[in-house]
Design a protein around this ligand. Structure first.
Ligand SMILES: C[S@@+](CC[C@H](N)C(=O)[O-])C[C@H]1O[C@@H](n2cnc3c(N)ncnc32)[C@H](O)[C@@H]1O
Length: 555
């Protein structure tokens, strides 16, 4: 054997690294192909470890073991803060020869239709994804690559007759909905997500591009908007990867399907922890899911390196009737709502909450949710687990004189004066809010909401319509009602209080004329994305609507 002494003084042709690499590949048996593909990349040139993981859908630990085995044969350099690695050129020929890296079979392409997508569509999807709100670890956001999103869209469009179909996305920070909508602009798509930022982003794209995408808000742990039950032909979801998360999202997906529908699930586990994969699959089987296909390594992600930055696509046909009522809240892999989390509110925080809300008798502290209206004189809510969107929903659902909510001190609605003002303005037709930050300590905060109906008679607010005549107030007090009905009845009541008569038909016409979007009128306010709630409430109390109703009642 020839010995090449490189500039760094190391003899790079010692066989030891290759012996170690060969041992690893031998130990992997029939699964050694992945390792040899990683080697092929390393022999060909510089790559970041993240690229190696994602391209070959191989868990980080497996890639790291291989890199460790290459020892002194591995070159490293830093470019723009990223470490890149490769097999040193002087060793490359030996690696090529010993591991036959030039003769490896190409991986099976699971979505060949994606190759035929236009460059303009690719560019548009890349731009949509580049502008998506930053990931929130507490919601298990891990962005699928634009290429994966395009592959999903191409696969769906080439496997199903999408003419007249209805497709639902349960969670879509990845933006598969907008990619599919761009590919198939006539398709009726609905997106349900707990993250109002994601819904606003998707809605903006849909409006700009004229796509038929309807966005609805829900936390799947508590339930679904009634308007999506039993309505979809296909439901696509990339759920949190705990068994609880996959189980919850899949059960909710099944609730949304029409007869003959299918659930498509992106799910990945590491081949180093197959028991976890089994647990998830057993959960899916218990839900009555027949696996029609499992397409391996279908998706790639920026992150999730423990599972090789990849997931498989499960095509499931539901044969059971598994429905879920309130779901387990600990569904995430990280953060305060993960299985490992133990943090609840402290006793001192609960005391602080009780101390800030006046009630004739001691009140229980109940967990936050908004599936039905909260009634009674006062209520105390533990919203410490709120990832952000709950606080507004809890306020929208409450019809109490006073409401006290315990939230984390760094809650996005409390962060600064502007955030607090935005929330106060949004619910201002129903509640006056007081924010008690760092109460009783740096981890907790208390928000106290006081009904303006109770206080407005005593101290009227010149900047708002009187509590009883505000249509926005009525909509907020009946957030679980159909928007069209609540709005119409509120108009009729207001005109009657002013001594004027408005017929049901006149009121309905006024609502149609004032609503920012007619297709929202059949929905419940509580299910709208937050930016749409703001739009509806603003339209309901705008002066034009007032003038029109006066004209209508005078006829
Ligand atoms: C769970 S994440 C999984 C990772 C995925 N690749 C992503 O980043 O979008 C998928 C989507 O589910 C949404 N989501 C998370 N928890 C949810 C919940 N409890 N209810 C409704 N949607 C939820 C997230 O906002 C996200 O859009």
């Amino acid at each position: 054997m020839e010995h090449h002494i490189a500039e760094d003084g190391v003899d790079h042709t010692t066989p030891e690294p290759r012996v170690a690499v060969a041992a690893l590949i031998r130990a992997a048996g029939v699964h050694g192909l992945r390792l040899r593909r990683v080697l092929a990349m390393l022999v060909a040139g510089w790559h970041s470890v993240e690229d190696l993981i994602r391209t070959q859908a191989t868990p980080r630990r497996t890639v790291e073991e291989l890199l460790a085995a290459t020892g002194t044969d591995l070159g490293r350099r830093r470019v723009d803060g990223r470490e890149l690695v490769r097999i040193r050129p002087e060793c490359a020929a030996d690696y090529r020869a010993e591991f036959a890296t030039a003769e490896l079979p190409a991986p099976v392409d699971q979505a060949p239709a994606a190759a035929r997508l236009s460059e303009s569509l690719r560019a548009a999807v890349r731009a949509d994804v580049a502008a998506v709100p930053p990931p929130m670890a507490a919601l298990d956001h891990v962005q699928a690559t634009p290429e994966s999103v395009l592959r999903r869209a191409a696969w769906l469009a080439s496997h199903y007759d999408l003419d007249n179909a209805s497709v639902l996305f349960l969670g879509d920070h990845d933006l598969t909905s907008t990619a599919l909508g761009r590919l198939h602009p006539d398709l009726a798509i609905t997106v349900v997500d707990v993250d109002d930022r994601v819904l606003a982003h998707i809605d903006r794209i849909a409006e700009r591009e004229g796509l038929r995408i309807r966005c609805l808000h829900a936390d799947l742990r508590f339930g679904l908007p009634p308007s999506v039950l039993g309505t979809s032909d296909l439901v696509f979801t990339d759920p949190p990867y705990t068994p609880e998360g996959v189980g919850l999202f899949t059960a909710r997906a099944a609730e949304c399907l029409r007869d003959g529908g299918r659930v498509l699930i992106a799910y990945g586990y590491s081949d180093r922890t197959p028991a976890l994969g089994l647990k998830v699959q057993q959960r899916l089987h218990r839900l009555g899911m027949l696996f029609e296909a499992i397409l391996p390594d279908f998706d790639r992600y920026d992150g999730a390196q423990a599972v090789g930055s990849a997931s498989d696509l499960y095509v499931c046909r539901p044969l059971g009737s598994g429905t879920t009522r309130r779901g387990d809240t600990r569904i995430y892999t990280h953060g305060p709502q993960s299985g490992e989390s133990t943090g609840g509110p402290s006793a001192a925080a609960l005391d602080a909450l009780r101390g800030l809300v006046s009630a004739p008798t001691p009140l229980p502290v109940v967990e936050a949710e908004w599936t039905s209206p909260t009634t009674g004189d006062a209520a105390l809510i533990d919203a410490m687990a709120d990832p952000g969107p709950w606080l507004f929903r809890v306020l929208a659902a409450a019809n109490t004189r006073q409401l006290g909510m315990l939230v984390r001190n760094n809650h996005p609605d409390l962060l600064d004066a502007a955030a607090q003002r935005a929330l106060s303005d949004l619910v201002g037709a129903k509640f006056r809010l007081k924010f008690h930050r760092s109460t009783p300590d740096g981890r907790h905060a208390v928000v106290v909401a006081s009904s303006i109906a109770a206080s407005s008679a005593a101290e009227p607010d010149a900047t708002r319509p009187a509590a009883e005549s505000s249509i926005a107030g009525a909509l907020l007090r009946k957030a679980h009602g159909r928007i069209a009905n609540v709005w119409r009845e509120a108009l009729i009541r207001r005109e009657s209080a002013r001594g004027r008569t408005l017929t049901k038909n006149q009121a309905r016409d006024l609502v149609l004329a004032s609503a920012p979007r007619r297709d929202e009128l059949d929905l419940r306010l509580i299910d709208l994305p937050r930016h749409r709630v703001a739009a509806v409430l603003a339209a309901a109390d705008q002066p034009a609507a007032e003038d029109a109703s006066a004209a209508g009642s005078a006829e």
